[in-house]
Ligand binder design. Structure first.
Ligand code: PGD
Length: 758
């Protein structure tokens, strides 16, 4: 088969299918291609692929309804005709009897890079055009807490993260990049929609060569790449807010805070000073106070504050910091620190929330973005913050607080998932399973037998991106790619679009869903919309057929870096921020008016309710993996090669390992009240003592799926993480950290079964 262009969230490439494996060549314009491309090589015909529609035996025999066997039942292979009929009639039953507000279509997940076959958008469009809507989820597992708080205190996240300070400015202007949570390349190597040029490593190298200093504040040394030639400031997990308060205290106490900036551009600094100084409640938030919380020696905190003064400083806060209880606080305090240093709006200075957390951030923008698939109108008002899915299913009708509004959880009968893996992304998986057992029906489209598919009542086999045509592109990627099919669909897999089209037909809504277009016609239509906008901007583009043949199109860009802040700094009266008084909110009257004890009107240090204790003395960091995107293609070569004895690898400090008689490579059990997880151990001093790290993404493989406290023999840390919202404000995912004990494991629980066919 000839080599064709294609794209993924982790890079563009050309590929040909030799029958045994894919030959993949990274896009030649990529200066630093991602090794994740290797994961694609031998996945097309892997036994973990879903090859035909399946129905859960208990659901088929007993009909829809709550069922505690989900996750442990048998499956029966059925024809597409039967599967489509079952899906259509069940959707009709629920919609007719309970309305679209009984259908959960949130379907969170990253799916694949092509913009037309974006599975979640296809599902939304399908539900809107067939039954008039669905209960949706808002924000993301990545950054829900930040998405909610940033508009209150400065501007929408997009302005501060995507259109904030650019990597080019850092390379040219920053003296110090103070990175809370670091700037790990494993995170910035991916961007939803695609990322053809990986430039972060080069920019860090360039900045370091010019003399810029990167300081990574994190429990893990690996959060900063070697190219940055930076410094590591170890901090206890989840305590950055205390550290930043102490930095602010030192700046204020020593007269190093930029009072002119704070007075002109900010609201509430005197109130924060009252809190820092102890005037407010008798607690002085100084370096000694913070040392006891965050573990950074007081003299180091003071020295760091002094060192920041007078420099061009960029403060960054990684997504991971806000994926924890009270995660809104470090997001807020990072901004306050940048303001106290007088930096916002200066080239290479200020605050770049989430820089390095995704390949989108710190980049130039395309003048025109490739359009999304239109999703139609959703007639249902009910929504949940995305990470409250289990709460919703377990507490129908109950009230919950979210961003100043008290809402009620809807009564959901049917959940439909396409392009996501909640048994990867959600916390406390035993609780999640219990929640899914309350449903009448769970329908899942997947190309692979993930744990989510293994809990479904109907599994509908979807094509992989490699098996269909699409267009890949992101607003921050100057190249648009024609994604040609590399192989025929495996087994009986069908595109999500085709599946929805055929179900819509059974409901008499095919035309409404497809608008009479085939896939190719949709691609031409969307391309035409982009072309039209570019023509209005005076830019001519090739005809669709030429683009399709060429496989790649370079788009014109604008350098948006720091636009909003720069204008604001230049003239805050003419260019106020989109906050109530147009200034940076060090105190937010709006947030204060919500009266949330877990997110008051001033940024604070709040002690998380979960702390290490005698039973669970270690912090666990459950962060993003380096060897795959989330859980995608976990059976792929790169991911598999980095496991040991078929298990995910967890990192431990030599002191903690020695105290437990654990040697390098041993199989250990990480456990807490929610469950247990096996992993192979790597012992290294690039992690703080008292902390273990186990990345997310190894497919959930419970030895007994029905256990109240499951044991995952593969290494999915979300068995252990806690399913609570960050606060009443953001209600974000708080899965980044939890507490565990680690013990040597010598039992026999058999081989990992996560990738076995059903
Ligand atoms: P993915 O593994 O990307 O994870 O959670 P998310 O659900 O996005 O899942 C996408 C799924 O879509 C895969 O199973 C893939 O096979 C499937 N898929 C791909 N293409 C297609 C397609 O065309 N059609 C269909 N039907 N399916 C397709 C990620 C989420 O996890 C995120 S974004 C974050 S930031 C969170 N991170 C953490 C964390 O740091 N720590 C913890 N503890 N938990 C987290 N969870 C969150």
């Amino acid at each position: 088969m000839a080599s064709v262009t294609h794209s993924s969230h982790w890079g563009a490439f050309t590929a040909s299918d030799s029958g045994d494996e894919l030959q993949i060549t990274p896009f030649p314009g990529d200066p630093d291609p991602s090794p994740l491309l290797e994961n694609l090589a031998d996945t097309l015909r892997h036994p973990a692929r879903v090859t035909q529609p399946m129905v859960r035996k208990g659901w088929l025999e007993n009909g829809p309804g709550p069922d505690a066997r989900r996750g442990a039942d048998e499956y029966i292979a059925i024809s597409w005709e039967q599967a489509l009929d079952l899906a259509a009639s069940e959707l009709k039953r629920v919609a007719d009897n309970f309305g679209p507000q009984a259908v959960f279509g949130g379907s969170y997940g990253w799916s694949s890079a092509g913009r037309f076959h974006h599975a979640q958008s296809q599902l939304h469009r399908f539900l809107n055009t067939t039954i008039g809507g669905y209960v949706r989820s808002v924000w993301s597992y990545s950054s829900a807490a930040a998405c909610v708080i940033l508009p209150h205190i400065v501007a929408p996240q997009d302005e501060i993260a995507r259109r904030g300070v650019s990597w080019r400015e850092i390379a040219e202007h920053s003296d110090i990049v103070l990175a809370f949570g670091g700037l790990a390349l494993k995170n910035s190597q991916v961007a939803s929609g695609g990322m053809s040029e990986h430039t972060e490593r080069g920019y860090m190298r360039q900045a370091a060569a010019r003399g810029a200093t990167f300081i990574s504040v994190s429990p893990l040394r690996s959060d900063l790449p070697q190219e940055a030639a930076g410094e590591w400031l170890p901090v206890r997990p989840g305590t950055d807010a205390a550290l930043i308060l102490a930095l602010l205290h030192t700046l204020w106490r020593e007269g190093l805070s930029d009072e002119a900036f704070l007075a002109r551009y900010c609201t509430g600094w005197p109130m924060l000073v009252a809190s820092l100084s102890g005037e407010q409640d008798g607690t002085v938030r100084d370096a000694a106070w913070a040392e006891a919380i965050c573990g950074v020696p007081a003299e180091k905190i003071v020295a760091l504050a002094r060192r920041l003064h007078g420099k061009r400083v960029l403060v960054t806060v990684a997504h991971s910091l806000q994926r924890a209880q009270y995660g809104e606080q470090p997001v807020w305090l990072g901004l306050v620190l940048a303001a106290a240093l007088g930096q916002p709006g200066l080239p290479g200075g200020g605050y770049a929330y989430a820089l390095g957390a995704l390949g989108h951030y710190g980049k130039a923008f395309n003048r025109v973005s490739f359009p999304a698939l239109p999703q139609g109108a959703n007639g249902v008002e009910d929504l949940i913050p995305v990470a409250r899915i289990a709460d919703m299913l377990l507490n129908p009708g109950e009230p919950f607080d979210f961003n100043g509004v008290r809402r009620r959880y809807p009564h959901i009968k049917l959940a439909w998932w396409a392009g996501g893996n909640p048994f990867h992304h959600h916390q406390d998986l035993a609780r999640l399973r219990h929640a899914f057992c309350q449903l009448d029906t769970l329908i899942v489209h997947e190309h692979s037998l993930t744990a989510t598919a293994r809990h479904a009542d109907l599994i509908l086999p979807a094509t992989m991106t490699l098996e269909r045509e699409d267009i890949g592109g992101a607003p921050t990627d100057r190249y648009l790619f024609a994604m040609h099919p590399v192989a025929q669909p495996w087994g009986h897999a069908r595109d999500d679009f085709a599946i929805f089209r055929d179900i819509a037909a059974r409901l008499g809504r095919e035309e409404a869903f497809t608008e009479g277009r085939t896939v190719r016609e949709w691609l031409q239509h969307l391309y035409g919309q982009m072309q039209e906008k570019l023509t209005q901007e005076g830019v001519s583009t090739p005809a669709f057929d030429d683009f399709w043949r060429e496989g790649i199109l370079q788009l014109p860009q604008v350098d948006d870096g720091g636009r909003l802040m720069r204008r604001f700094r230049a003239d805050p009266d003419a260019h106020p921020l989109p906050t109530p008084d147009g200034k940076i909110q060090i105190y937010s009257a709006t947030i204060a008016s919500f009266n949330y004890p877990d997110c008051p009107g001033l940024p604070v240090w709040l002690t998380p309710d979960e702390q290490p204790d005698a039973q669970h003395p270690l912090w666990l960091i459950a962060n993003q993996p380096a060897t795959r995107l989330h859980s995608q293609l976990d059976y792929g070569r790169h991911s598999a090669q980095h496991k040991k004895q078929g298990k995910e690898v967890c990192t431990m400090h030599p002191i903690d390992a020695a105290a437990r008689g654990i040697d390098e490579g041993a199989i250990v059990m990480l456990h807490n009240t929610r469950g247990a997880v096996l992993a192979a151990v790597r012992i290294a001093d690039d992690i703080m003592p008292g902390v273990v790290q186990l990345p997310t993404g190894a497919w959930y493989d419970p030895v007994d799926p029905l256990a109240q406290r499951p044991l995952c023999r593969h290494g999915n840390p979300n068995v252990l993480t806690r399913d609570i919202g960050t606060s009443s404000l953001g209600q974000g995912c708080s899965g980044q950290i939890t507490v565990v004990q680690v013990s040597l494991f010598t039992g026999d629980v058999g081989e990992v079964q996560a990738f076995a066919p059903l």
